[in-house]
Ligand binder design. Structure first.
Ligand code: NAP
Length: 463
């Protein structure tokens, strides 16, 4: 090995260490920012190492690619709002998987079609895997983007025999893949496999509703990672193998964690068409909704001992993270003990609430996870639900027939008083009615969450 090769391998090793360190940092809100920075630094080191590769004879297209990719990445991170983060992630997965897929196709073309070589089975297996999973991730992620961006309806699109058609299509692509390992020279079959994989990505995501899309995207993330790892094997690149494997398995673990937090199985998410017209929406609603006014709530809050805020998707759409912190500070100023209850699937992506509250400099010590806060609910004077719905729906606990039965919830209904901040009678993402809103100890404060919180903070200061 010459000095340059040593340097490249060293940069890959350093990048891998930085990726692992980054992942470790992401496991806690307090270290998440540092984790992101070290992962980004790792990517920079890996890119620099790759740019020194011996096989590069002309940098023109690489520079064009760096400029175009860098500009798209910068534009997305600057202008896409936090509420559009799931769509943004879907696009990133689509681009990453497209890169893996194109590398696989061009490697196959170069060796088999251009040079007329016979690919060794191991290399063909790696290439085939990369193209199969890369291609289905491209179209699947693009469709996820289209649904989340509401460019088409987000509800599941189902038809008779759908699961059988999907599974058959995947088996056909997998059989071709296995055949190609034995006979890589069948170029037509290779391209049929590519087309089937692209088609399978679309058909896989069609029956999945927007509510389940974050789980699907994290699975796609996992596929894109495994496709990149396969690319690493195919082109003999260590950093791709390591980073792809990390990506693949962390995406898979995240999908499982999200499913657990919703009490659903991965197969139910993928094949259950949750939220389609046939979904049972039975609930145990009794009583009437009671509207409350800002001044009454402000007095209730100002004289409470303990107040727990439960943020949800509405906090994100209203961008009310700063307003909730200001109200919390006004209450603390009066000696009220303030806590925030964070449900693992509140909002639209994992860690959504943590990111928003961190942006508003809410102290981490005030954030409580579901298991920590639920035992404290009976001792809570007022639970303030800020744009959350499904994650506080008592039907998940009390009604075994509910589609969300068994999903762990933040048990706000066990606190002395509940105030729900929402704009009107809109449902949560599951489309279900919420009996919490009809309970005698619940008051509904209608209006945009940010405006309501701002008015409450002013009223508390004057109370
Ligand atoms: P949610 O059930 O979607 O409810 C959000 C509520 O916010 C709505 O009822 C809406 O009512 C209200 N709202 C919207 N805009 C508002 C505004 N500007 N001001 C005030 N209120 C506003 O939210 P959630 O309780 O956070 O639950 C998350 C859902 O997403 C769960 O079903 C979860 O399973 C699903 N999900 C999340 C993830 C994840 O990773 N986080 C992953 C997969 C699925 P109005 O229209 O009446 O205002």
């Amino acid at each position: 090995m010459d000095a340059k090769t040593y340097f490249i391998e060293f940069s890959y090793l350093l990048a891998s260490i930085l990726f692992i360190y980054g992942l470790k940092g992401l496991s806690h809100p307090q270290t998440a920012r540092r984790g992101m920075n070290s992962a980004a630094a790792g990517m920079l080191v890996a890119i620099i190492g790759t740019l020194l590769h011996h096989e590069i004879i002309d940098y023109t297209w690489i520079i064009v690619g760096l400029l175009v990719g860098g500009l798209i990445g910068a534009a997305m991170s600057i202008w896409m709002p936090m509420t559009a983060m799931p769509q943004r992630t879907a696009l990133s997965h689509a681009f990453g998987a497209l890169a893996a897929s194109l590398v696989g196709i061009s490697e196959y073309y170069r060796h088999v079609v251009d040079l007329g070589e016979t690919l060794p089975s191991a290399k063909m297996a790696a290439l085939g895997f990369e193209v199969l999973f890369g291609s289905l991730t491209v179209t699947g992620s693009l469709l996820a983007f289209v649904k989340l961006q509401e460019l088409m309806r987000g509800t599941p699109i189902t038809y008779k025999g759908q699961n059988i058609i999907n599974v058959s299509l995947f088996i056909a692509a997998a059989v071709i893949f296995i055949y190609l390992i034995y006979d890589p020279s069948q170029t037509t079959l290779f391209y049929v496999m590519v087309v089937l994989s692209f088609l399978f990505g679309i058909l896989l995501v069609l029956p999945i509703g927007s509510a389940d899309m974050p789980v699907v995207m994290s699975l796609m993330n996992s596929y894109a990672g495994l496709a990149s790892a396969a690319t690493g094997f195919a082109i003999g690149n260590n950093v791709l193998i390591i980073a792809g494997t990390l990506d693949g398995f962390s995406g898979f673990i995240l999908s499982i964690l999200m499913c657990k937090a919703m009490n659903r199985s991965v197969t139910n998410v993928l094949f259950g068409a949750f939220g389609s017209a046939g979904t049972d929406t039975s609930s145990t609603v009794e009583g009437t909704m009671r509207e409350v006014q800002v001044d009454d709530v402000a007095v209730q809050l100002a004289y409470a001992r303990q107040v727990v805020f439960v943020p949800g998707y509405g906090l994100a759409t209203a961008q009310a993270q700063h307003a909730v912190r200001e109200l919390a500070e006004a209450l603390q100023h009066r000696g009220v003990l303030v806590k925030y209850a964070i449900h693992p699937v509140a909002g639209r992506m994992p860690g959504h609430m943590n990111v928003l509250l961190a942006e508003a400099n809410v102290p981490y010590s005030q954030l409580y996870e579901l298991e920590q806060i639920n035992p404290e609910m009976p001792a809570t004077d007022v639970a303030v639900v800020v744009g959350a719905n499904d994650v506080v729906n008592p039907d998940a606990r009390d009604n075994p027939k509910s589609p969300i039965a068994g999903m762990p919830i933040i048990e706000v209904d066990r606190s002395t008083n509940v105030v729900v901040l929402k704009r009107g009678k809109g449902k949560g993402f599951s489309g279900l009615e919420n009996p919490l809103f009809f309970k005698p100890n619940t008051g509904m404060l209608y209006g945009d969450a940010k405006a309501s919180l701002t008015k409450l903070a002013q009223a508390v200061q004057q109370a």
